[in-house]
Ligand binder design. Structure first.
Ligand code: SF4
Length: 212
């Protein structure tokens, strides 16, 4: 049994990299403290043959309960954006940079807490392994945590969203906001505008995928 809570998922990785082996091994990951209060590991979902990989920050409350990525309220916004761009969600591989839900309890509610850099880095071996197995043609980073984790801490999503980025991670790399940010807009007008901007970013992904 690998040491627990060392801040590094590496000792928990399987010898053979396949999505099935990774998922099974990740279910028992104790690489950092985040597994303790969470319900379960939420590993990525999708086929090895997926041309598109979408990477978010971490599972939320619903994802933690169901053990699946992107099933909460933000996932409905993601689905809208994908649909507007003509992208079939079932064809994409969906995952997060951190595989356990980080939260604080307030009464009976569990409030999302942003993972710290050392937590993102500790969990990164799982994402690197997913990238190595799926080898997507297009990689979409959803939100600042995912974008900074893979593109460097100086990367600014607000300045570079929706643009084709020069990266060795995949032939097409695009960063945009996390779909949960649409839900956080203060009024309907801004929600509609953000929804349309997100759909535009997804259209840029679809367009780039057509050219790969
Ligand atoms: S957050 Fe990542 S590194 Fe930490 S226990 Fe969960 S899977 Fe392992």
């Amino acid at each position: 049994m690998a040491d627990e809570d060392t801040g590094d998922a590496t000792p928990f990785l399987p010898d053979r990299l396949s999505l099935k082996a990774l998922r099974e091994s990740a279910a028992g990951c104790r690489g950092c403290h985040l597994w303790r209060p969470a319900t379960q590991t939420v590993f990525g979902e999708g086929r090895k043959s997926s041309r598109l990989m979408l990477v978010g920050e971490q599972p939320g409350d619903k994802e933690d309960q169901q053990g699946k990525p992107f099933v909460g309220p933000a996932s409905r916004e993601l689905d809208r954006g994908l649909e507007a761009a003509g992208i079939d969600r079932a064809e994409a591989y969906l995952t997060n940079v951190v595989k356990h839900f980080k939260f604080e309890e307030r009464g009976r509610r569990r409030i999302h807490q942003t993972p710290k850099r050392f937590e993102v880095e500790g969990c990164r071996p799982w994402l690197d392994a997913e990238l190595a197995v799926v080898r997507p043609e297009a990689l979409v980073l959803l939100g600042a945590i995912a974008a900074k984790a893979l593109l460097g801490s100086s990367f600014k999503v607000t300045k570079q969203r929706g643009r084709l980025l020069d990266s060795e991670l995949a032939p097409v790399v695009i960063a945009t906001v996390h779909p949960s940010s649409i839900l956080r807009q203060p009024d309907e007008e801004r929600r509609v505008a953000e929804r349309e901007a997100f759909a535009d970013d997804m259209r840029a992904v679809a367009e780039a995928l057509r050219k790969v």
